[in-house]
Design a protein around this ligand. Structure first.
Ligand SMILES: NC(=O)c1ccc[n+]([C@@H]2O[C@H](COP(=O)([O-])OP(=O)(O)OC[C@H]3O[C@@H](n4cnc5c(N)ncnc54)[C@H](O)[C@@H]3O)[C@@H](O)[C@H]2O)c1
Ligand SMILES: O=C(O)C[C@H](O)C(=O)O
Ligand SMILES: [Mg+2]
Length: 626
């Protein structure tokens, strides 16, 4: 990523040159049938000497060959040993691993942060190498650049900040956004992840520091979905913060005023949307970690007019549905039994309500998609929030949660009442599934887990989905030790499998929206759909649900391991493209127009997706004067 402190100061001439540079890179892209050969042609650059070494988009460090060093006027500016890509990785890894040897007491905050710093510095100086390292070691480094460490990074961002990455639009920029958006050097942006920092993971309002989450999500877009790193843009909309500690912190990097609200808030987000879609009409905007109060409203406001989706509401819902269907299969039952599942959900925020709505719709569809089916599906859910069981007796119940408020007569029959505790609800309902999206670490206490022992299911499912690790409703050790091995366990943050003795292993699945959002974004991009439809989201979820084999599912493995994230993302993207074509939404991508798209069979759609995924390889660089 370019050094933006300098870029912000660019004169308009230089800015124009940058545009030309990007246009040249884009032109160098070619396509035959549905394959592309990006990366095989040389990349034209308009800079030489130290400028090229300081540009992370083009820098290859010690890997520049001698002919290239001559061509780019960098002979003598690097040590003479020309390293291969593999040698560079080995050297970087040796440095990173030295840290592990020194940290004898295992992962600790300073230790994971040190790893993040080292990786971040590589990101700043050589993007290709950074993504190569990340992709080849995704299991090890996703938890550093993404959940859970990204949470800690956001909490400490004001101190960790060195070079800017992404764009900041603040309440101070009202009226300026339409022109500001042209300060970004890339003429093409495919993916934006935007946050207002108001609910970062389960850590609450982190204000401007929430930009870390947008950066982490986009790292997965590059690593898993093969979105070109020169075409991603992390965005922070700083409308203030209600975090009192940040408001008092002299070192805080954001606006030190309370959050805008009401119409004023909406006007800022409207202005941002108009600006980015004016400059990049084909961009996809992923909303991330907006507090529930705004998450649903903004989704309804924009989803029919812009290419956007909300990851916490829609991505999470799809991942949960796939896991719930996996849990049905893991009991040796057909998926069609899903509408019989009794599901207790702890947490009625953007994620919890998103999951509830999607699960209810899925059940209704399986029951014939009638109004009666939709109504009857409602009675499979019990929702518990910070005030206990939500019933119709609750005053001022949140409108988004109202459809799930239990009828008093129903719950009286079950021996429950308004505000009943989670343990009481689990004891009386004996659910098949206990799912947590409460951001409340340890909520699935021993008492709650003991109550789940009486589940009517032969293999109850327990999904503590809150992030980061400390906010998980329980650990796998706690779940397996109380409930034994005959459960399905899936957490939002990564945990290690549990050794249950006698050669038995308690499998920990990771139920995280990372298994869907990259594929939803890539599929939307390649289909050229103008919106992200419910059908496209449903196709993504169904693809993930069907991904695991019968054998894996029976072993309790209902989600892929993160080492397969690129493969599942490719499959999800293909399913999304296919659905967009079927719904007549696909307008095509580059040379693959809508007519050509419609001619592709399933295998060709997969090939089209795969051929358009960026991989970290050094292109040959050729200098050309402006
Ligand atoms: N695994 C994933 O892919 C994924 C995706 C999205 C969100 N999440 C996680 O879900 C959590 C919630 O996100 P959100 O956007 O819905 O947050 P939110 O703040 O909007 O909602 C939290 C909900 O939990 C309830 N709650 C709080 N304390 C509770 C308690 N003691 N008992 C029962 N309910 C309680 C609140 O009343 C509220 O309804 C976060 O930790 C987030 O990281 C995980
Ligand atoms: O960021 C994650 O790991 C998942 C999810 O989007 C969350 O907000 O917790
Ligand atoms: Mg999120």
């Amino acid at each position: 990523m370019a050094n933006f402190s300098n870029q912000m100061r660019l004169s308009s001439t230089i800015l124009r040159r940058l545009h030309q540079r990007v246009a040249a890179a884009v032109n160098s892209y070619s396509s035959r049938n549905f394959t592309t050969t990006e990366g095989h042609r040389p990349t034209i650059v308009h800079k030489r000497s130290l400028d090229i070494l300081h540009d992370p988009w083009f820098n290859k460090g010690t890997a520049f060959s001698f002919t290239e060093r001559d061509r780019l006027h960098i002979r003598g500016l690097l040590p003479p040993n020309v390293m291969s890509f593999e040698q560079q990785i080995a050297r970087f890894m040796a440095d990173l691993k030295r840290l592990e040897v020194q940290a004898r007491d295992g992962p600790s905050d300073p230790y994971v942060l040190a790893k993040w710093r080292i990786l971040n510095r590589l990101h700043d100086r050589n993007e290709t190498l950074y993504y190569k390292v990340l992709m080849e070691n995704i299991e090890e480094y996703a938890p550093i650049v993404y959940t859970p460490t990204v949470g800690l990074v956001c909490q400490k961002y004001s101190g960790l900040f060195r070079r800017p990455r992404g764009m900041y639009f603040s309440a101070e920029d009202r009226g300026e956004m339409m022109s500001m958006v042209y300060n970004w050097p890339a003429d093409q942006v495919d993916m934006i992840v935007v946050t207002d920092g108001s609910r970062i993971l389960g850590l609450g309002d982190l204000g401007v520091q929430g930009i870390g989450i947008a950066i982490g999500k986009l790292d997965l877009y590059v690593a898993a979905a093969g979105i070109n790193p020169q075409r991603v843009l992390p965005v922070m909309i700083d409308v203030g913060t209600d975090n009192e500690n940040l408001l008092k912190d002299p070192l805080y990097l954001g606006l030190q005023e309370h959050r805008l609200d009401g119409e004023e808030y909406i006007e800022v987000i409207d202005e941002f949307m108009e600006a980015v879609f004016t400059r990049w009409p084909h961009v996809i905007v992923q909303f991330e970690d907006f507090q529930s109060k705004w998450a649903f409203k903004l989704l309804q406001r924009y989803r029919n007019n812009y290419r956007m989706f909300n990851d916490d509401v829609q991505g999470t819902a799809g991942v949960a549905i796939a896991g719930l269907l996996g849990a049905v299969r893991a009991q040796g039952r057909p998926m069609i039994d899903f509408p019989k599942m009794k599901i207790v959900v702890a947490g009625a925020g953007s994620a919890g309500i998103g999951v509830l709505n999607a699960a209810r719709k899925t059940m209704a569809r399986m029951l014939g998609n009638t109004e009666v089916a939709f109504e009857s599906a409602r009675s499979q859910f019990w929702v518990v929030d910070a005030k206990g069981l939500i019933t119709e007796a609750r005053e001022n119940v949140d409108p988004d949660a109202r459809p799930f408020a239990r009828k008093i007569k129903e719950i009286e029959r079950q021996g429950l009442s308004e505000g009943a505790t989670l343990a009481e609800v689990v004891r009386k309902v004996k659910p098949d599934v206990l799912l947590g999206l409460s951001a409340c670490g340890g909520l699935f206490s021993k008492e709650v887990l003991e109550a789940l022992k009486h589940s009517t299911s032969t293999r109850p499912a327990i999904f503590p989905m809150s992030n980061p690790t400390r906010n998980a409703e329980c650990t796998p050790e706690e779940a397996f030790s109380v409930l034994g091995e005959n459960i399905i366990f899936a957490s939002g943050s990564p945990f290690k499998d549990v050794d249950l003795g006698n050669g038995h292993v308690g499998h920990c699945n990771q139920a995280n929206n990372m298994f869907l959002f990259p594929g939803i974004g890539l599929g939307t991009l390649l289909s050229g759909s103008r919106i992200v439809s419910d059908g496209m989201l449903q196709a993504a979820a169904e693809c993930l649900a069907a991904y695991m084999t019968e054998e894996e599912v029976l072993k309790g493995i209902i989600y892929p391991s993160i080492s397969r994230i690129r493969d599942i993302t490719k499959e999800v993207a293909a399913a999304v493209v296919k659905e967009a074509i079927e719904e007549d939404l696909a307008e095509g991508y580059r040379e693959m127009d809508s007519r050509e798209l419609r001619k592709l069979d399933e295998a060709q759609i997969s090939e089209f997706v795969e051929n358009n995924m960026w991989s970290p390889d050094y292109p040959t660089l050729v200098y050309k004067k402006d």
